[in-house]
Design a protein. Sequence first.
Length: 256
Amino acid sequence: MSSPDLVARLRAAGCVFAEEEAALLEAAATSSAHLEELVVRRVAGDPLEQVLGWVDFDGGRVTVDPGVFVPRQRTAYLVELAAPLLRAGDTVLDLCCGSGALGLALARRVPGVVVHAADIDPVAVACAARNLAPVGGTALAGDLTDALPASLRGTAAVIVANVPYVPSAAVALMPPESRDHEPRGTVDGGTDGLDLLRRVATLAPAWLRPGGALFSEVSLDQAAVAADVFAAAGLLAAAHHDDEREATAVSGRLPG
């Protein structure tokens, strides 16, 4: 298959950046048969990152297995907000970790931090464990902090929690790549999209050290309510927005 043919197939399937995707697929393929296998998956709607097996996130590659949530580029905003608070030896908790992209990115930016990740999905945990192994991080299966050692309570300098925050009624409006090929639990945040965020805010103060901070991504129209949720949990809350990436985050610092 010639490259123009490949581009045409991808474009016909609705791939907006067909030329770039064609180049990536061709580079990833080990044979013409393998290329055809990758193209068939992509044309069928599998996320490009899952087809390739990796995503470029915050300047480094992150492995993404089939069925694991693909980290969005805007989510690197959490890394940029959290990294300045960290020093070597600090503890980072990555909750709802998916592929472990946030914890891995923080460890790459601040060598020597100790990353403990958790996710309720064993498939995601296996993926995160492989990603975090080179930086000495760990990943455990469990609901939020349930899987984490009790000895970590009160020690976290940073908690990053990329919780699902799409309101249930809006999931059907999401792009098919996410709606049909990522577990619903990784995007569906309940009636107003903030169910998991409320749970994380409630438990975070027990796991943060004094002065430690929690960071989560939300939509712009959720920011004010999310900040109120953090404040109600006893955290010093703030909302953050990056116009260029259309990224919004809320932070909550534990006093002390």
